[in-house]
Write a protein that binds this ligand. Structure first.
Ligand code: ADP
Ligand code: MG
Length: 448
C-alpha cells in the first residue's frame, strides 16, 4: 500500500519532500541540484498547497520555474495525492497567498491552477466527450442534463484539468456561485476529523450551501465504507436541490471495487465520459501548446520525436518540455535532437530504475484495494488471485527478477507457479478487454 498520507504529520511530509529531492537529484547535474534545490525545506501543507521555503525570492522563483513541474510530479507520485500543488516561497517574504484570501466570504477558499482552463485544453478524439460534457456543465450550471458528470481515464490525461476548467469558467461567468473542489482523499480526511472531533454538523454544513461540488479521484474511496455512506448522503442532498456534481476517477464506476452498489448507480446516472490517451496529432498539438506556454520554440523534428516517443501520458509530455527547457538553459545548449534524445532516455530511464518487486506489489495492492500480505498470501479467491498473478506478471516484465526470485517474494512459491501465473494473465488479457485495460492502467501508473 501507499503510505497512508491522509494522516500525514509534519515529519512525514518533510520526509516526503526529502524523497522528492532525492529523485530530483538523480535527474540534475550535481552543481545544479546543490545551488537550487538542496537548501529548500518543507514548511507546511495548507489546503493542498505544499509549501516549501527557499533561502531567497530569486531561488524560490527559479526553482519553481525550472523544476516545479518535475517536483510536483514526484510529489504526486510519492504521496498518491494528485491534488497537491507545490508552492515555492522565500523565507523572508510575507505570506502573500494568505493575504489574498477573501476575508469574509461564504465561498470556501479553493486553489485552482491558473492554467487549467478550457482555453488551454487541447481537444481531440480521445477526450471529445469529456470535454463537451465539462463545457456543457459549466455553461448550464444547475440546469445541465449531465448531472452528475463522471469523467474517467488513466493518469495524466487531463481529468483534473477539465474539472478545474469548470470551476474557472463559473468563477468568471458567475462569481457568486459557490463550490467545493477537493480530492476524495481530502473528503475522507475531513470526514475522519469530523468523526473524531464530533463535529459532524459542521462538516455537513460545508456541503450544504454550495452550488456545485467537484470531487477528484473518487476511486480512492474504494473499500472505505463509512465515508462512502457519507458521500452518498451528501450526494443526494445536493442532487435533490439540483446542484451540479462532477466526479473523476481512474476507472469507470462499476470497476471501482468495492464500492456500494447505490453509489455506483448514482455515479452512472448522469454522463459517464472517458478520456483515452491522445493520438499523435493531439499529442503534437498539446506539445506545441506547452512549448509556447514556456515561451520557447522547439524545432519540428524535436516535436515529432517527442510526440512519437511519449504516448500514454500528457503529464509526461509536459514533464519532458520542462526538463528540456531547464536543461537547455542551465547547460546553455540549443534544443536539438541530441538534447531531446538524452533528456527522454534519462527521463524514462530513471522511471524504470525506481521499479522494484516491492513497489510493484504496493501499486497493485493499492489499485485493487487489497493488502500486500493478502496479495502474497495463500488465498485463492478470484479477487485476490488475479491481482497476485498480475503482480507476478508485471514484476517479470518490468524488473530483471528471475522466476524463482519472484516466487520467493510470494511466500516461497516455486518458479513453475510463477510461470503459470504469467501465462494465465497472457491468456486472460486476450479474453477480457477490461482486464487488459486494468493491466495497462497499472503499468502506466508504475512508469509515471
Ligand atoms: P489527470 O488528472 O487525468 O491525472 P491532469 O489533469 O493532472 O491529469 O493532467 C496532467 C497534465 O497534462 C496537466 O498539466 C494538464 O494541463 C495536461 N493535459 C492533459 N490533457 C491535456 C490536454 N488535452 N490539453 C492540454 N493539456 C493537457
Ligand atoms: Mg488528477
Amino acid at each position: 500500500m501507499y503510505h497512508d498520507w491522509t494522516a500525514m504529520n509534519t515529519t512525514e511530509m518533510s520526509f516526503l519532500w526529502q524523497r522528492c529531492l532525492e529523485a530530483a537529484k538523480l535527474k540534475l547535474e550535481p552543481s545544479t541540484f546543490r545551488s537550487w534545490l538542496a537548501p529548500s525545506e518543507f514548511e507546511s501543507l495548507d489546503e493542498g498547497m505544499f509549501i516549501v521555503r527557499f533561502p531567497n525570492e530569486f531561488t524560490a522563483k527559479f526553482a519553481k520555474a525550472h523544476f516545479g513541474p518535475m517536483l510536483e510530479e514526484f510529489l504526486h507520485e510519492f504521496s498518491g495525492r494528485s491534488d497537491l500543488v507545490l508552492s515555492c516561497r522565500s523565507i523572508r517574504t510575507p505570506d502573500r497567498h494568505k493575504s489574498e484570501r477573501p476575508s469574509v466570504s461564504t465561498q470556501p477558499y479553493v486553489y485552482l491552477r491558473p492554467s487549467y482552463t478550457f482555453d488551454l485544453f487541447v481537444q481531440g478524439p480521445s477526450n471529445e466527450l469529456a470535454y463537451a460534457g465539462a463545457l456543457s456543465v459549466a455553461r448550464e450550471l444547475g440546469t445541465s442534463k449531465y448531472n452528475p458528470l463522471f469523467i474517467y481515464g488513466g493518469v495524466g490525461l487531463g481529468k483534473t484539468h477539465l474539472m478545474q476548467a469548470i470551476a474557472h469558467y463559473v468563477r468568471e461567468a458567475q462569481p457568486n456561485r459557490t463550490f467545493r473542489y477537493l480530492s476524495s482523499e481530502e473528503f475522507l480526511r475531513q470526514y475522519i476529523n469530523a468523526v473524531l472531533n464530533k463535529r459532524m454538523s459542521a462538516f455537513h454544513n460545508m456541503y450544504k450551501d454550495i452550488d456545485f461540488l467537484l470531487m477528484d479521484d473518487v476511486q480512492f474511496l474504494a473499500g472505505k465504507e463509512g465515508v462512502q455512506e457519507e458521500l452518498f448522503h451528501r450526494f443526494n442532498e445536493l442532487y435533490q436541490y439540483g446542484k451540479q456534481i462532477v466526479l473523476t476517477s481512474d476507472r469507470p464506476p462499476h470497476e471501482i471495487e468495492p464500492l456500494e452498489e447505490r453509489l455506483v448507480s448514482r455515479f452512472q446516472s448522469g454522463l459517464v465520459a472517458d478520456i483515452q490517451p491522445p493520438q499523435y496529432e493531439t499529442r503534437l498539438a498539446i506539445l506545441e501548446l506547452k512549448v509556447r506556454e514556456e515561451g520557447l520554440v522547439f524545432p519540428k523534428d524535436v516535436l515529432d520525436y517527442i510526440a512519437s516517443s511519449i504516448k500514454n501520458n500528457v503529464r509526461q509530455l509536459e514533464g519532458i518540455v520542462h526538463l528540456m527547457a531547464a536543461t537547455s538553459r542551465i547547460q546553455n545548449n540549443p534544443i536539438d535532437m541530441e538534447l531531446t534524445k538524452k533528456v527522454i532516455s534519462d527521463y524514462l530511464g530513471t522511471q524504470f530504475k525506481r521499479l522494484t518487486p516491492l513497489s510493484i506489489i504496493s501499486h497493485v495492492s493499492e489499485y485493487f484495494s487489497i493488502s500486500p500480505s493478502q496479495l502474497k498470501g495463500k488465498l485463492r479467491k478470484r479477487e485476490v488471485l488475479i491481482p497476485r498473478q498480475i503482480s507476478m506478471y508485471l514484476i517479470r516484465e518490468l524488473t530483471d527478477s528471475s522466476l524463482a526470485e519472484i516466487g520467493s517474494f510470494f511466500d516461497g512459491r516455486d518458479h513453475s507457479t510463477v510461470l503459470n501465473s504469467i501465462e494465465r494473465i497472457n491468456q486472460l488479457c486476450k479474453e477480457e478487454p477490461s482486464l487488459k485495460r486494468k493491466l495497462n492502467e497499472i503499468k502506466n501508473r508504475l512508469t509515471n
